[in-house]
Design a protein around this ligand. Sequence first.
Ligand SMILES: [Zn+2]
Length: 369
Amino acid sequence: MPFSDVVGHDGPLGLLSRSIARGSLPPSLLFTGPEGVGKRLAAQAVAEALNCLSPVRGGVRPATGPEATAAGRPARRRVPARPVPAEHATLVLPLDACGECAACRRIAKGTHPDVLAIEPPDVGALKIEVVRPAIAATAYRPFEGRCRVVIVNEADRLTEDAQHALLKSLEEPAGGSVFVLVTSRSGVLLPTIRSRCSQVRFAPLRAGDVARLLTERHGFSVDDAFAAAAAADGSPGRAVASAARGFRQSRDSALATIQAVARGTSPRARVQAAMGLLAGKSSAAGERDELMTRIALMASLLRDLALVASGGRVEDLANGDLAAPLAELGGAFGRDRALRAYDAADQAIVALRRNASPKIVADWLAVHM
Ligand SMILES: [Zn+2]
């Protein structure tokens, strides 16, 4: 997959493409950022750009998301004071893979002899035996490509032995070799590993970009895509993984609860509204999980409500498909109330993580919205 096909991450992708074009790509890279946002795909794009037989120079693609300008900084958790202006800039890629030549196709299929991808097992650690052959291979010139690339996915699962074995290669990689370590938990890696690598940070994607990706590449309907994206916290991977859990229904319940709270002024009516949040699952753990999901979705809706109340644009809403009911709720939920309710939802999730009773948390939240 060329850089131009990776959604979002304009900052990191532009940086990588520029470095490759100039021949100044650091040989040891650490891709960090939340799970499922496209780090592994970006690593593959690096391997393709380095080995493509007919690379594309000076390509462009539309810029996506605020991370275009805020590369590496954590995603904005709060509703901005003013709506973020639309960025219709383009991402310039000085060098990119074609995605179609024999080298690109083999890298995509995982059969290129010079691109070694180390994937973790389903369960357990990445052991030294798995890493050694890749390290040994980097002692030789690439077989047919220009550059040997070793991608270690979920590098945080490397055993300490395996990390020690990698250290020397990361410090002085053999000529023509590039190591890309990919992780969503870089803190777990040995400090010596982290310090030898150049870190490239990937931020969560905008909900709108996640929804677009889900409809275009994963066959989601528009409604399902928006519902899944709202709950996925900027991670398409997480959205796809959890789609089976029926987010749309959960989001409908979250919206219905906000609407009931907006109508009900007495504490009694509020507690009645809270009933809508509880799914009535048979197991306590199931009930807690579903309530967390519903409250996370509620938080996403409340953030949108604050944005609507601040005069934000529909394109910036995480739940853009619900613009009409959100606008209707604007009468009951102004910006300040929506933000207070958002804070309460945040606190409710923390309480649930600490094992508070789902019923008590739901009641408390409905009264504090
Ligand atoms: Zn190519």
